[in-house]
Design a protein around this ligand. Structure first.
Ligand code: GTP
Ligand code: MG
Length: 139
């Protein structure tokens, strides 16, 4: 059974630029319900754990430094087809290739400082949500 949840985090560049509110507004207007949300900061080690799948990539160390450089806003979101629809809403990894009207087209600075993360599968959405939220309150 596919879940109807995905995981996201607003990345340090977007948080420090004061774009969290605008991004959350776009997420809600696109029909996603916020299940869990907080503001926190990763250590380089925790960032490395989160992005362990990219360990062998040349940009891994830079990515861990960047992701621990400031506050982030992780969220669990709910909607039908959450994972796929959210990836569409955020746009391509490199903002230069992102479609008009996507979050990355509007707010990302570069392929690295690209404003927002979105899970790439239902399985990873659950793993990543659990990484940040030990307990989810039901409302
Ligand atoms: P996430 O939603 O953050 O997982 O992005 P993604 O799924 O669109 O891309 P991917 O998982 O391939 O890469 C993870 C993150 O690593 C990206 O969002 C970027 O922040 C960073 N990244 C990816 N490719 C590059 C690159 O070529 N150079 C640099 N410096 N960073 C990169
Ligand atoms: Mg990814």
């Amino acid at each position: 059974m596919p879940t109807n949840r995905t995981f996201t985090m607003i990345k340090p560049d977007a948080v420090s630029d004061g774009n969290s509110g605008s991004i959350i507004k776009m997420i809600e207007e696109a029909g996603f319900r916020i299940v869990a949300l907080k503001k926190t900061k990763l250590t380089p080690e925790r960032a490395g754990e989160f992005y362990a799948v990219h360990k062998e990539r040349p940009f891994y160390n830079d990515l861990c430094q960047y992701m621990s450089s400031g506050a982030i806003v992780p969220m669990i979101l709910e909607k039908e087809n959450a994972v796929t629809d959210f990836r569409t809403l955020i746009g391509a990894t490199n903002p230069a290739n992102a479609d008009e009207g996507t979050i990355r087209k509007l707010f990302a600075k570069s392929i690295e400082a690209n404003a927002i993360h979105g899970s790439d599968s239902d399985e990873n959405a659950e793993i990543e949500g659990n990484f940040f939220f030990a307990h989810i309150e039901q409302f």
